[in-house]
Design a protein. Structure first.
Ligand code: ASP
Length: 331
């Protein structure tokens, strides 16, 4: 029952004027409201990530199921993908820029709105871990390039060679033609954005990537940019993005989605609106992919993309699910 009606009905009752029919209608409204409230089941803990990164959500779930924080869950989940040499879009297996250097971007954000990011960092295997150190051990939010790398060494991270033989050979082939254009979803793996709610109901997120393959040296996309590639608001929910980062930055996509949820949209509706805003700015152009995922405080999730093919993974006590995402351009 709306507060307005409640006040009206209460004063009428106090005056002894409440008719039987009003009592009945008030009861009906109350019952309807109770049923509605019961219908929204709170799901927690929960982990959700872009694409089919099942090892990442499994790791995050392990942390959550043991009573760990959402911050540790997203951090450890993201690290799993960073360490996977077969993943050519994240961490140690990442594709290089056009000069042959692998440069990594990552960010992390916690329930209190604390955040840290590293941009265009070389020679370090786990950028999300350095991002967390930026968040926890510095007064800053972002460190870039050589500064980020120097900070990582100061924090005890080891220098590693990031360019794998496979990524190197593919880059050498690309150099012969210089005609590489990303093929939407063919690789079926991409940047990992991961969100989690722990048993206390607290939300955190992380996002990590090697960025667009063969990008200009120094290019940074959306993934380490708080508000674009990732945003968490512990009162409302969280969102994260994958795809052509330039378009996500132009729309401040993840922040937009969280704000749309604040206005009452479900995670699914908010992701759909986020993609539609991007499409509205690109009239007549759809040769690129964006995928958003979102979660609200109740643990409801959603995902939406431009082209069919994007999926996202959720892990709850009911198990692991790979969700095909609805798309703007139906398949
Ligand atoms: N969003 C990433 C970037 O633009 C790349 C991706 O998700 O494929 O750097």
């Amino acid at each position: 029952m709306q507060r307005r009606n409640f006040l009206k009905n209460s004063s009428a009752a106090a005056a002894g004027l409440l008719s039987t029919s009003l009592i009945a209608s008030c009861k009906e409204e109350t019952n309807a409201a109770t049923t509605e409230a019961q219908a929204v089941k709170t799901i927690r803990p929960i982990a959700i990530c872009t694409w089919d990164f099942k090892n990442a959500t499994a790791k995050a779930w392990e942390v959550l199921a043991a009573g760990g924080s959402s911050l540790d869950a997203v951090h450890q989940g993201a690290m799993i993908e960073e360490a996977d040499v077969t993943n050519q879009t994240v961490g140690v297996g990442g594709r290089p820029d056009r000069d042959g250097n692998v440069t990594l971007d990552a960010c992390i954000m916690d329930k209190d709105g604390n955040c840290g990011a590293v941009l265009c960092m070389q020679n370090i295997a786990s950028p999300v871990s350095v991002a967390r150190k930026v968040m926890e051990d510095t007064p800053h939010v972002m460190l870039a390039g050589k500064g980020a790398e120097k900070f990582a060494y100061e924090k005890g991270f080891k220098k590693v060679k990031l360019l794998t033989e496979q990524s190197k050979q593919e880059w050498l082939e690309w150099k012969k033609t210089s005609k590489y254009k990303p093929i939407i979803n063919i690789e079926n793996h991409d940047t990992i954005g991961i969100l989690a709610i722990d048993k206390n109901g607290d939300i955190s997120g992380a996002c990590t990537t090697s960025g667009m393959g063969y990008k200009y040296a120094g290019r940074v996309g959306d993934s380490p940019i708080i508000g674009a590639g990732l945003f968490v608001d512990n009162e409302i929910g969280a969102a994260t993005a994958t795809g052509v980062g330039e378009e996500v930055v132009r729309t401040v996509g993840s922040f937009l989605i969280v704000e749309l949820m604040r206005q009452g949209k479900s995670p699914q509706e908010a992701c759909e609106e986020g993609v539609k805003r991007i499409m509205a700015k690109n009239k007549g152009r759809n040769d690129f992919q964006i995928g958003f995922i979102a979660i609200n405080k109740n643990g409801e999730t959603g995902g939406y993309c431009i082209h069919p093919g994007f999926t996202y993974r959720t892990y709850t006590e009911e198990g692991h699910i790979n969700n095909p995402s609805e798309s703007f351009l139906k398949g």
